[in-house]
Design a protein around this ligand. Sequence first.
Ligand SMILES: Cc1cc2nc3c(=O)[nH]c(=O)nc-3n(C[C@H](O)[C@H](O)[C@H](O)COP(=O)(O)OP(=O)(O)OC[C@H]3O[C@@H](n4cnc5c(N)ncnc54)[C@H](O)[C@@H]3O)c2cc1C
Ligand code: FES
Length: 277
Amino acid sequence: MVDEHTYKPNPAKVVKIIDETPDIKTFVLKFGKPADRKHFSFMPGQFGLFSLMGIGEAPFSMCSTPKDPEIKISVRNVGNVTNSMLTMKKGDLLGVRGPYGNGFPVDEIKGKDVIIVAGGIGFPPLASTVEYILQKRKDYGRIWVIYGVEHVNDIVYRSSASRWKRAKNLEMITTVEEKCKGWEGCVGLVTDPLKKLKINPANTVGLSCGPSVMLKFVSQAFQKLGIDDLDIHLSFERMMQCGIGKCGHCNIGDKYVCRDGPIFSLREIKRMQEEVW
Ligand SMILES: Cc1cc2nc3c(=O)[nH]c(=O)nc-3n(C[C@H](O)[C@H](O)[C@H](O)COP(=O)(O)OP(=O)(O)OC[C@H]3O[C@@H](n4cnc5c(N)ncnc54)[C@H](O)[C@@H]3O)c2cc1C
Ligand code: FES
């Protein structure tokens, strides 16, 4: 529904900053008015458009959960807006509009085992998903969280991950591509541990977010495990401006990633009239 909030950013204050890695920070944001937080009611996998006055606007997925009073985003420094965001201090204001997009089908997959595969800065919407599932733990079966980064210094959410590792029926595997001294976890691609899982494919869904090329190989690994195309859900990134299917900046074939995505099932992806990877 397009209403007065659709394009209008509401101010939110930076109340906490977590230094995750040398180029990634997590910002905890509090809206000035409780009504603005109420309006920014989102599900895991949805995104918002976050703006800095005089600099610009960029999309980020929330890594917090719908229930949290504040919203959290993790930002990696890649260019104009993100570079300025990383210089923000406690008390600074950001414009926030949204939420946009469809989100992961977290309620539809209740009762199922869930494999979550995150690559690099694709982790935020899946971190929100893990927390959401843990808040409703008995509604889901077994959970695997497989997280891949290039280097051990790129690992984010270390304290959340150590909490998740202690959760019942949840296996968390972090894998680094570059072997280094002191790292005792997995070394290799994020698809390596995925190939070794023993699952019941008829009752398992696969969720993933990360670089496009990773999504291609993760979806192939999900398929090799026997998971149906309809149960494989992948979150895509495209350049965005409006966030609501009006400007035409984010299309893949006849789909708009901002409005019809960013999450598509592998079934939908196979039907797209354009190379998506
Ligand atoms: C739905 C969605 C959710 C996202 N969630 C997160 C998140 O949680 N954390 C995070 O750090 N980033 C996230 N991103 C990516 C983030 O939006 C971009 O990194 C940001 O827009 C870059 O803005 P900039 O002005 O700093 O970079 P620019 O100066 O505009 O560009 C720097 C470089 O990055 C490339 N680039 C910019 N935006 C994108 C994009 N959307 N896709 C591919 N390449 C791009 C440009 O081509 C250029 O090479 C998300 C993107 C989308 C579409
Ligand atoms: S960002 Fe404008 S159509 Fe998707």
